[in-house]
Structure formats: structure tokens, C-alpha cells
Design a protein around this ligand. Structure first.
Ligand SMILES: [Zn+2]
Length: 386
């Protein structure tokens, strides 16, 4: 893996770069659509390629339960199984174990839980997760097993979670280093520390010492106020090595993404744009729009005249409203294409602004038109879509 910071903004920590992975180079900042079950819901591989998407997420936990590692191994890995020739990042599923699975028990060795699908007993160690991602799935970026925490826990609990996350990361790294594969993916470390500044510092120091190809920030956008999210995003980004890619997990609305970019984050992901699209909520430059509303009944203009996606080039708000009302599958497909295209165009605009040293002005102009007065309402805190 090679990561190059091409430019840093003049008035902020925002940066533009390029990340070379096993299946091609990705320009950063980059929003990664979430493909939990080896599919970005309502999008074909061709749809994603048309939008210029070259890096998507899969989820080790979900794919372990269904279809199971034997199927993916027999298919020749996750890329071949899903027909995706570009880069894949797999999340370990630590977050899903904590949000979805029943009767979970966390111990030094790993985590035991019952499948949310059939109740079967499972046990995962940090080493199991690395084996799955590196050997069975063939992921380009591997996320290790970590312990996620929500706001409102005690300081002691937060401390325990971060220490265990760091110890698990050291074991993950040892396993990852021991694997000999021609195209082994890159392991990222995950920072935890909840909402304590000194714990974030301790976590950053612990994971940076392991000298990994990249670093992620976990445990933010889990229901905290936007001001708290902002404070901890800037703090956390600043604590991570400047020469390595930084990934903020679980954010996907314009206000959150632009805040993260301003803090110097390179990668982000969230189910928000795709999930809300399936619920008829689409992004426009003037703020979110609910396509089901009566106001769209005879509105024969596109969702966004400046958008070049299929939905906007060929169809009207009135038609999309009709599709949603009639529960047609095409509604979800078109709205998803639009939301991903909108976010990709926004991030690409942010990248150009960074290269020209005017990111702060770009962000201000974008958000003042978007008008998100209460940006704290994204759903990053929800369990991953199932
Ligand atoms: Zn569009």
C-alpha cells in the first residue's frame, strides 16, 4: 500500500491524497458505500462503477454468518464472489457483534455470541477475524476486531474497552504479519477511548506504536451531540500519524463528512445515504428532500438539476414520488444512485477546493445553502443494515 498526501488546505487540516491498494488507486478524501452483505443495496457493480466508486465496504461478521466462509473460499474470495474487481475494505464486525448479536460475552481471548440470524453459538478471536479477511475474503483493507462503546458509559468501562482493543490489535498485527499471501491486504488500527480526551490520546499512542499501514477512528457518531462529535473528530485526527491514511468510521451526511474532511480525515463510510434513499429521503443542494411529499406530486423537475445521475437526467420528482407510493423496486434503485452520486460529487468538490487552498470557503458555502441547522441527526449510531 502507498499513501501520498498531495495537498493540505491553506486554512484547515483538510488534505487531498491518493491511496494505492491491491485493486487500484483511490483518490482521497473518499466516501465508501457500505456493502454489508456483499452488495451495496439496490446497486449493481456496473452502477457503482458508473459513479466512479472504486472502494466499498463488506462486513466480516455478516459474511461469516451468511453465506459462510466455505462459500466465499470456494468462490475464490470476496471480489470474485460478488463480481467486484475494485477495492474492498472489510469491517471486522466488532460493531455488529455489540449491536446485533445476542448473549455476547467479551473475554481476553475474544468474543462469544449468538448469531442474530439463527441463534447459533459463535466465538471469534482477533486472529480468526484476520484469517477471514486476509485469507478467505482477500480484503484490500482489513479492520481488526475491536470493542465499541457508546456514550454514557463509565470512564472505567471506556478505559477497559480501549485497552482490550489495543491488546487485540497487537495480536491482530502479529497474525497479519505471519500470513504469507501474494496480495495480502493492509491492516488498519482502530482508535477508541470514548469521549475522554486523555483516553483518546492513550489509544492513539498505543496503536501508532504498532506501525500499521493506516488508522481508523472508532466510537464517534454514536449518538453524541454534533459539537462533541466535532471536538473529538478534530482531536482524534490530530493524534494520528500524518503520513498514514485516516478513516473515520460511520459518518455519511454532508455536515459530518465536511467536518471530518476539515479535520484531515481521508476515508469515511456510512449506511445513511443508501438507507435513507430507500426511505425516499434524498440529498439536494438545498437540503434533504422527502420524495413522498405531496409537494412533489406534479413537480416534473429532477431531484437536483446539477446532478448527473440516471435519476436526475431521466426522471422527475413526480415520477420518483409515484414509484415510492407504488412500492416499485426502481424507486430504491434510483434514489440510491442519486444519493451516492450527490455525495461523490460533494467530496470531489471538496477535493478540488483543498487542491486550490479554499476548502473552508467551500464548506461554508455548501452548508449555508444545504441549511442543515441541526446536523446531529444522522443515523450512524444504528446497527449496520441487515
Ligand atoms: Zn441525481
Amino acid at each position: 500500500m502507498a499513501f501520498t498526501v498531495t495537498a493540505v488546505d491553506r486554512g484547515s487540516a483538510a488534505r487531498a491524497g491518493s491511496l494505492s491498494l491491491n485493486h487500484g488507486t483511490v483518490e482521497t478524501p473518499c466516501f465508501m458505500p457500505v456493502g454489508t452483505n456483499a452488495t451495496v443495496k439496490a446497486m449493481s457493480v456496473g452502477d457503482l462503477e458508473d459513479l466512479g466508486v472504486r472502494l466499498i465496504l463488506g462486513n466480516a461478521y455478516h459474511l461469516l454468518l451468511r453465506p459462510g466462509p466455505d462459500v466465499i473460499r470456494a468462490a475464490g474470495g470476496l471480489h470474485r464472489f460478488m463480481g467486484w474487481p475494485h477495492n474492498l475494505l472489510t469491517d471486522s464486525g466488532g460493531y455488529q457483534v455489540f449491536s446485533l448479536a445476542r448473549l455476547r460475552r467479551v473475554e481476553e481471548g475474544g468474543v462469544s455470541f449468538r448469531s442474530h440470524l439463527d441463534g447459533s453459538s459463535r466465538h471469534l478471536t482477533p486472529e480468526d477475524v484476520i484469517d477471514l479477511e486476509a485469507i478467505v475474503y482477500g480484503s484490500d483493507v482489513l479492520m481488526p476486531l475491536d470493542v465499541c462503546t457508546a456514550p454514557g458509559i463509565t470512564r472505567g468501562e471506556a478505559e477497559e474497552a480501549l485497552e482490550l482493543t489495543t491488546r487485540w490489535l497487537a495480536r491482530s498485527r502479529d497474525r497479519w504479519r505471519s500470513i504469507e499471501a501474494p496480495q495480502k491486504g493492509d491492516l488498519f488500527g482502530i482508535m477508541q477511548g470514548n469521549f475522554h480526551r486523555d483516553l483518546r490520546e492513550r489509544s492513539a499512542a498505543g496503536i501508532a506504536a504498532l506501525d500499521l499501514p493506516g488508522y481508523a477512528i472508532g466510537g464517534l457518531s454514536v449518538g453524541e451531540e454534533f459539537a462533541v462529535f466535532r471536538e473529538f473528530t478534530h482531536l482524534s485526527a490530530g493524534l494520528l500519524p500524518a503520513g498514514k491514511p485516516r478513516y473515520l468510521m460511520g459518518i455519511g451526511t454532508p455536515a459530518y463528512v465536511l467536518e471530518a474532511v476539515e479535520a484531515g480525515i481521508d476515508l469515511f463510510d456510512c449506511v445513511f445515504p443508501t438507507r435513507t434513499a430507500r426511505n425516499a429521503l434524498v440529498f439536494t443542494p438545498d437540503g434533504p428532500l422527502n420524495l413522498r411529499l405531496e409537494a412533489n406530486r406534479e413537480d416534473f423537475g429532477p431531484i437536483d438539476p446539477s446532478c448527473r445521475c440516471t435519476a436526475c437526467r431521466a426522471h422527475s420528482r413526480a415520477y420518483l414520488r409515484h414509484l415510492f407510493k407504488a412500492k416499485e423496486i426502481l424507486a430504491a434503485m434510483l434514489a440510491t444512485r442519486h444519493n451516492l452520486a450527490f455525495l461523490a460529487a460533494m467530496v470531489s468538490g471538496a477535493r478540488s477546493a483543498i487542491l486550490e487552498g479554499r476548502f473552508t470557503a467551500f464548506k461554508r458555502a455548501f452548508l449555508s445553502r444545504y441549511g442543515e441547522r441541526q446536523p446531529g441527526s444522522q443515523s450512524g449510531a444504528e446497527p449496520a443494515e441487515i
